[in-house]
Write a protein that binds this ligand. Structure first.
Ligand SMILES: [Zn+2]
Length: 200
């Protein structure tokens, strides 16, 4: 039997708990409540320099609609350089991503946005706004469900590029197949890692 482990809270378990309307099996960490996509994001950033760059530099990270388990971890790592936002009040900032006029250009170095774009009416506007509030050389990590009712497709990538970003689409579970994808209980969502050029 494969033993599972949550990379966020380090809890080991025979199986994660079922979760969701369909009660999909092996999804939710019994200790911190993380789901497949949260564990994926944490592992992704653990292997990258991006969050450390913010920790050791001057930039900020804005996390839209954060899950509590990730919020706790990023806050512990970045302190006041970490800000949260949601359209629903309750985070550091109440923001509609289609119109962020109260946020200045180049405000942050990094953006994390998981399972949000699928719910936005005019995502092209949101991509432009995300691009605007990033400093030159900044990045946005968008986690997008694999084909939720046809949302994901080449046209999403086109709209991200139209906003000015260069984008890499990463199938992280696939990339982690031999490095703990089953053990960590990762999902099939795609990471769209978007970069703003250094020239702005
Ligand atoms: Zn956990």
């Amino acid at each position: 039997m494969v033993m599972h482990k949550c990379p966020i809270c380090e809890q080991e378990t025979a199986e994660f708990l079922p979760f969701g309307v369909s009660q999909r099996p092996n999804a939710r960490c019994p200790k911190c409540g993380s789901l497949e996509r949260h564990r994926m994001l944490w592992l992704f950033f653990e292997g990258q320099r991006y969050v450390n760059e913010i920790k050791n530099g001057n930039g900020r990270l804005i996390h839209f609609s954060p899950a509590q388990c990730l919020k706790d971890k990023f806050k512990a790592t970045l302190g006041t350089k970490y800000l949260t936002a949601d359209i629903i009040p309750g985070q550091d900032m109440a923001i509609n991503m289609e119109d962020m006029h109260n946020l200045q250009d180049g405000l942050c170095r990094g953006i994390i946005c998981s399972h949000v774009m699928e719910h936005i009416r005019d995502d092209a506007k949101a991509f432009s706004e995300l691009y605007r509030i990033l400093e030159p050389g900044g990045w946005a990590c968008l986690v997008i469900q694999k084909d939720p009712a046809g949302y994901h497709g080449p046209d999403v990538i086109d709209r991200i590029r139209l906003a000015g970003f260069s984008v890499d689409v990463i199938d992280f579970r696939e990339a982690m197949q031999n490095r703990g994808a089953v053990k960590y209980g990762l999902g099939s969502d795609l990471i769209h890692f978007c970069r703003k050029s250094k020239n702005g």
